[in-house]
Design a protein around this ligand. Structure first.
Ligand SMILES: CC(C)(COP(=O)(O)OP(=O)(O)OC[C@H]1O[C@@H](n2cnc3c(N)ncnc32)[C@H](O)[C@@H]1OP(=O)(O)O)[C@@H](O)C(=O)NCCC(=O)NCCS
Length: 224
């Protein structure tokens, strides 16, 4: 996404980022825990997606909310895949994580590290919140912490990446607002580059933040 067809993404080239040998995700914020999935999360994830799919996750998250999690077996498979994604750091490129309310332990949505590009030490992140947990600022809170995880040094428990990207459709104002609130740089506006089912061609909006622009202790953008 948003890269040149001729770019060299050979793992051996570029800045040659490699992941930590052991990748674990257990992040805390004031109200949330963002962590790797376990098999015990399967039913909760299945329920959350099914309660939230129509008119909420769709049309925005069509790549997995439409076809995925239609059966409990789909959710089991998804959670196994996320678990496996963390087992072999040599192939690590993408993992979904769950967002849980700290006070209740309730599963309220998903986040993750996606499309890791070793040549540029960069990744994408994203989020969704189940329908009945909307309006609490949870996506912003989870995203701030996830960006810190991505950009924090490996010695300090982070992934040690240099850049995080976030994208949304220009027709998704709720998502646009979340990313705007991160206070990072809006870099991309690609017209008619993002097809959203039921809407059609929309503008792709993209933001990026570099490690030197982010405060991984306070989980916020550094003031320029
Ligand atoms: C984008 C999203 C994660 C934001 O959720 P959130 O963290 O709960 O959003 P906020 O807490 O900032 O909500 C602020 C306000 O917008 C409202 N809102 C947020 N998302 C909404 C939605 N999808 N539909 C209607 N209203 C919504 C909230 O109810 C709240 O209203 P209020 O101020 O009157 O209380 C959520 O809308 C979502 O999961 N959307 C579907 C998946 C998606 O688009 N993911 C991003 C793909 S790029």
């Amino acid at each position: 996404m948003t890269r040149c067809n001729h770019e060299n993404n050979d793992f051996a080239k570029g800045v040659g980022w490699t992941p930590p040998e052991q990748i674990t995700c257990h992040l805390e914020t004031e109200r949330l825990i963002v962590r790797s999935y376990t098999p015990d999360d399967t039913q909760a994830m299945f329920d959350a997606v099914n309660e939230s799919r129509d008119g909420h996750l769709l049309p925005w998250m069509c790549h997995w909310a439409d076809k995925g999690h239609r059966t409990i077996e789909d959710s089991t498979k998804y959670i196994c895949e996320q678990h496996l994604a963390l087992q072999n750091s040599a192939t690590f490129s993408d993992v979904g994580t769950g967002i849980f309310e700290k006070s209740t332990g309730r599963f309220i949505g998903g986040s993750g590290i996606h499309d890791v590009r070793r040549a540029t030490a960069s990744c994408e992140t994203g989020y969704w919140i189940r329908r009945d947990a909307l309006g609490n600022g949870y996506a912003l809170e989870a995203s701030e912490r996830t960006v810190s995880w991505a950009l924090q040094s490996q010695d300090a428990g982070g992934l040690g990446l240099n850049r995080v990207r976030l994208y949304c459709s220009g027709s998704n104002p709720h998502s646009e607002r979340v990313i705007d609130q991160l206070g990072i740089t809006r870099e991309v506006e690609q017209r008619e580059d993002y097809f959203i089912p039921t809407i059609g061609l929309t503008t792709r909006l993209g933001w990026g933040v570099l490690a030197r622009e982010w405060d991984c202790t306070n989980h916020c953008a550094l003031k320029p």
